[in-house]
Write a protein that binds this ligand. Structure first.
Ligand code: BGC
Length: 764
């Protein structure tokens, strides 16, 4: 903020020029500057600031420019070039009466022009440098396109993979998701949201959106306060503590009150308890939806509830614009509430550096890129490096992988050459023509040394109803394009390609629309068309390498048993095909670990690892009768949280604790020696879990508290030491006090959440 005062005079002129006689407050003092500005605003101008317009949806461009010039718009989202944003900023910062700049936002979730792996993939790296770098480059590219803010990170804990938005988040664990939240905010914003090469982060969706009942999108959330505070709220808090300038409010209700009208959530918790100082925005049309939630009987009530609850900006609905003037006039809404909201909006613009220079990210026309999609604007090397770290090796029988760079490889499957799908959902301004598919990646890797034969083998699904759903909104340019050949013909071609080859690499999964907003599923298996393909390929007897591309855990039981190698690649982004080939051929030793448990079946959900203890737990090796399990199926997840293989192997020693007891405010350390017992250099993630043995409330079987990613040469060992202090032992008790209780604690350290070493100590 030091620069502000030196630029204050010039910038003040920009912002309040034309106001005869007005003596603007110095810009160096944020509060005074904003108070001064609010003092000059009409009620209509104030309400205008609370309006967030969706470009291309809410109104045509000429009308939008008029609205902005009239001071009736606070910000917009969905326009993504400097050239598109400039005339809108001209209307605000040059033509409107008070010359208050608008801001430009977009859903830059995992990349902008360059698409990085989806958040679930980034989390799989367990490398916060990777997560931060992906956000930093996303912010860099977004700001270079004239954007000031992103609706990210999305940090909703998801424990139900039926929910399509599982793909947008960082998984099921409060600690890991919180770490990712922090790293993302740091990456997007840099040192502050004023960073001209970064964007302000709006953490979302506040709150608990990932806990929608049944994993059905937009559904109700009903949750105990303990679970909320302990598991679901920490990631939002982490993003806010890391300095996120904005918060997007969730579409769901929370214990009977929609988040959008939830005064407890937005005022008591967010502002009073957590001290949040930034701006809140509703999600798309959410104020309007208060009518359908049945808590408002008309638009007037909806607007009143939202402004009272603490929704500063209304996204893509006109309730504030239509209703707030009348509500203020009648005295139903005190103007103080409007001023409070305007203060936050102007504060966010101030923090973005827009009063200093409304064009700080838009620049001047002479500097506009000739081609916004120019190759030179992409960050391919960084995207490839991130994608390499995001892949999780689930199976590798008889060292099927890595493959040799010779001979003939059959590259098969509906996801093998799917440039749109590999970008994943919410791929911002990414262009499919610039993404590297698996087929391309394999061809590039083998160039000159081996041969690739390709067959699509199957459509993603043969269910036309599903295809119709996925192509809804995109009829002119459908994302899911069906191969018109019969399934039998496609499979015959694939089997023939496999027969001519030394190894089969088959890419299967979900088209990206299947793992998206509004894409909840009732099955977690691969669609039938792809299962049939896999079974046919298995009959050839050729080594079968299954590459999964999907945005949620899938029930891949058959694949686990029958594939010679199984690689989870999520949606790996612009450089996905290269990164996957790097791992398949061993140029990169896979090191990803699952950030979410994989269930055996849909009926087994929820399978999250950190569940509460119960009175009749199922114990492996003991009779299951009268224990908590499903009798038709083996218990436990198909793949546990934190699991992932490498091309080398690691061993872990017993845990050494620095003491058997820990005094209050004291410290202990827990150490293990991890050794690379294989033939290759490789990375693994050493994971620290803690279990509170006895407490005043039921506590989880274990909770991740820390982790370290370590790189070891063959034969090398390293001592990994985790400090343990009281903070790691605290939890929310029945009165929602956050404190550690004396007693025994089990420290567990493992390379996944299931196979762990254990030691015990007592907190005194
Ligand atoms: C989504 C948000 C998103 C917004 C704007 C909504 O439908 O729920 O996550 O930021 O649209 O695109």
């Amino acid at each position: 903020m030091r620069m502000l005062s030196t630029l204050a005079v010039a910038a003040s002129l920009v912002c309040t020029a034309g106001l005869a006689g007005a003596a603007p407050a110095p810009m160096g003092d944020k509060n005074a500057f904003i108070a001064d500005l609010i003092g000059q605003m009409t009620l209509e101008e104030k309400i205008g600031q609370l309006r967030l317009i969706s470009i291309g949806q809410d109104m045509p461009q000429p009308q939008l420019i008029k609205e902005i010039a009239a001071g009736r718009v606070g910000g917009t989202f969905n326009s993504v070039t400097r050239a598109d944003n400039r005339p809108l900023q001209d209307a605000a910062a040059r033509q409107s009466r008070l010359k208050i700049p608008i801001f430009f936002a977009y859903d830059v979730v995992h990349g902008h022009r360059t698409v990085f792996p989806i958040s679930l993939g980034l989390a799989s790296s367990w490398d916060m440098g990777v997560v931060e770098q992906a956000a930093r480059i996303s912010g860099l590219e977004a700001s270079a396109d004239g954007l000031d803010a992103t609706f990210a990170p999305m940090v909703d804990i998801s424990r139900d993979p039926r929910w399509g938005r599982t793909s947008e988040g960082f998984g099921e664990d409060p600690h890991l998701v919180s770490q990712c939240a922090r790293a993302s905010v740091k990456g997007f914003q840099g040192a502050s949201p004023a960073n001209p090469q970064g964007v302000m982060a709006f953490v979302k969706h506040f709150a608990l959106y990932g806990a929608v009942e049944g994993g059905r999108d937009y559904n109700t959330v009903d949750m105990s306060p303990q679970r909320m505070y302990q598991d679901y709220l920490p990631p939002y808090r982490a993003a806010i503590d890391a300095g996120a300038g904005g918060v997007m409010i969730a579409l769901n209700s929370v214990n009977g009150v929609p988040a959008t009208s939830n005064t407890w959530l937005l005022r008591d918790l967010l502002r009073k308890e957590w001290g949040f100082k930034g701006v809140t925005v509703s999600d798309h049309g959410a104020i309007d939806e208060l009518l359908r939630h049945g808590v408002a009987s008309n638009g007037r009530e909806a607007a009143k509830l939202a402004i009272q609850a603490g929704v500063d900006m209304s996204m893509a609905d006109s309730r504030y614009l239509e209703q707030l003037p009348g509500l203020v006039k009648s005295g139903d809404v005190p103007v103080r509430l409007i001023d409070d909201a305007v203060r936050e909006v102007l504060g966010a613009k101030y923090d973005m550096g827009l009063f200093q220079d409304p064009y700080r990210r838009i620049g001047n026309a002479a500097g506009d890129p000739a081609d916004v999609n120019a190759e030179a604007r992409l960050h391919r090397a960084e995207a490839r490096a991130a994608a390499r770290k995001s892949l999780v090796l689930l199976e590798n029988r008889n060292q099927t992988l890595p493959l040799k760079k010779s001979g003939t490889v059959a590259v098969i499957g509906p996801m093998a050459d799917a440039p749109i799908d590999i970008m994943g959902s919410w791929s911002a301004a990414g262009k499919a023509t610039q993404s590297v598919t698996l087929l391309q990646g394999m061809r590039d890797a083998l160039a000159g040394n081996g041969k690739v034969v390709y067959a699509r083998g199957a459509n993603v699904t043969d269910d036309e109803r599903v295809v119709g759903y996925l192509n809804f909104l995109n009829w002119d340019n459908p994302e899911v394009v069906q191969d018109k050949r019969s399934p039998g013909d496609m499979i015959a071609e694939a089997v023939e390609a496999a027969r001519q080859s030394d190894v089969i690499v088959v890419a299967v999964g979900e088209s990206r629309g299947m793992s998206h907003e509004a894409s909840s599923r009732t099955s977690l298996s691969l669609p039938g068309s792809q299962q049939t393909l896999l079974k046919a390929l298995r009959t050839t007897g050729k080594p079968l390498v299954v590459v999964l591309m999907n945005g949620r855990p899938l029930t891949v039981n058959w694949e686990k048993e029958n594939a010679d190698a199984l690689l989870e690649t999520w949606y790996a982004g612009t450089e996905g095909g290269h990164a996957i080939a790097d791992v398949l051929f061993g140029d990169e030793n896979p090191s990803g670990k699952l950030p979410i448990s994989f269930p055996r079946s849909l009926g087994q959900i929820p399978t999250y690892y950190n569940h509460l203890r119960i009175g009749r737990p199922f114990t492996p090796g003991k009779p299951p009768n009268y224990t908590s399990q499903y009798f038709e199926e083996e218990s436990g997840p198909l793949y546990p949280f934190g699991y992932g293989l490498s091309y080398t192997t690691f061993s872990l020693s017993d845990i050494t604790l620095s003491g058997q007891t820990m005094p209050r405010n004291g410290k202990l350390t827990a150490s293990v020696t991890v050794k690379n017992t294989g033939q290759r250099e490789g990375e693994t993630v050493v994971q620290l879990y803690v279990q509170d043995v006895t407490a005043s409330v039921v506590r989880p079987v274990k909770e991740l508290k820390d982790f370290r990613k370590v790189l070891l040469k063959p034969g090398e060992s390293r001592v990994v030491t985790f400090p343990i202090d009281e903070d790691k032992l605290k939890f929310f008790n029945a009165r929602l006090e956050y404190a550690a209780e004396p007693g025994d604690f089990n420290v567990q350290i493992g390379l996944d959440s299931e196979s762990v070493r254990q030691q015990r100590f007592a907190l005194q």
